[in-house]
Design a protein around this ligand. Sequence first.
Ligand SMILES: Nc1nc2c(ncn2[C@@H]2O[C@H](COP(=O)(O)OP(=O)(O)OP(=O)(O)O)[C@@H](O)[C@H]2O)c(=O)[nH]1
Ligand SMILES: [Mg+2]
Length: 238
Amino acid sequence: MESTPGRISVQTHVLNANQQTAAANRERFATEGLLVMNLMSAPGAGKTTLLEATIKALQGQFQLAVIEGDLQTDLDAQRIEALGVRAYQITTGTVCHLDARMVARALDAFPISGLDLLVVENVGNLICPASFDLGEGLRVVVCSVAEGAEKPKKYPVMFNKANVVLINKIDLAAASGADLNELMTNVRDVNPDATIFALSSRTGEGMGAWIHWLQQAVELRAVPVMAGMSSRRLGPAL
Ligand SMILES: Nc1nc2c(ncn2[C@@H]2O[C@H](COP(=O)(O)OP(=O)(O)OP(=O)(O)O)[C@@H](O)[C@H]2O)c(=O)[nH]1
Ligand SMILES: [Mg+2]
């Protein structure tokens, strides 16, 4: 489709307006002293399953809450609440991503004081959510092995803005014929600074390294520098 000046200026306006609200959200999160994680992936890559396993590992250590984003249903929020963690569902209707204003509105109805970690599970989509800053301090992208090793190259915006890339469903690697080394190389090509963990949210393999990293992030309220870790290739050997 041909770009027109009108189209470009409307998109720029929308993103600038979002940036202002994201900055206000970020200030609010800083005032409250919590870490906010924006969790993104293609539909079904395993965000909620990963979140369930992460909550089970961190419960009792930190005060947690979750904002869920979906086009329809509160099914993911129900899964989180079943673990005894507060969850707020945003349903976007036809909108394929969360934006900063949706999160700001959610915060008016969903108290965050006293929290250590707020996770925002974005709408399942490997494209649009990457362009909308929510005011988060930590961007985590989940990529399942079965999606295909070339996905980081085809959807670079999502991957090159991530602090962490979680390669999920490694229990399915052999069955899906996935080349994990190629996937890892492609993530590094688009984002040499991302910290990468390979894990299975279902079996728990590789979860320990991710949880350890996240514990540090929550304690610091920031993205940890991986001192003493010479490689970004963490988790089980691939
Ligand atoms: N084998 C295997 N299956 C997994 C793993 N993680 C998630 N799944 C399965 O993948 C499917 C989708 O998982 P969800 O956690 O709902 O994925 P999601 O990214 O939250 O999906 P949306 O919110 O709809 O975008 C479910 O059937 C999960 O049980 C994993 O590590 N291994
Ligand atoms: Mg989900």
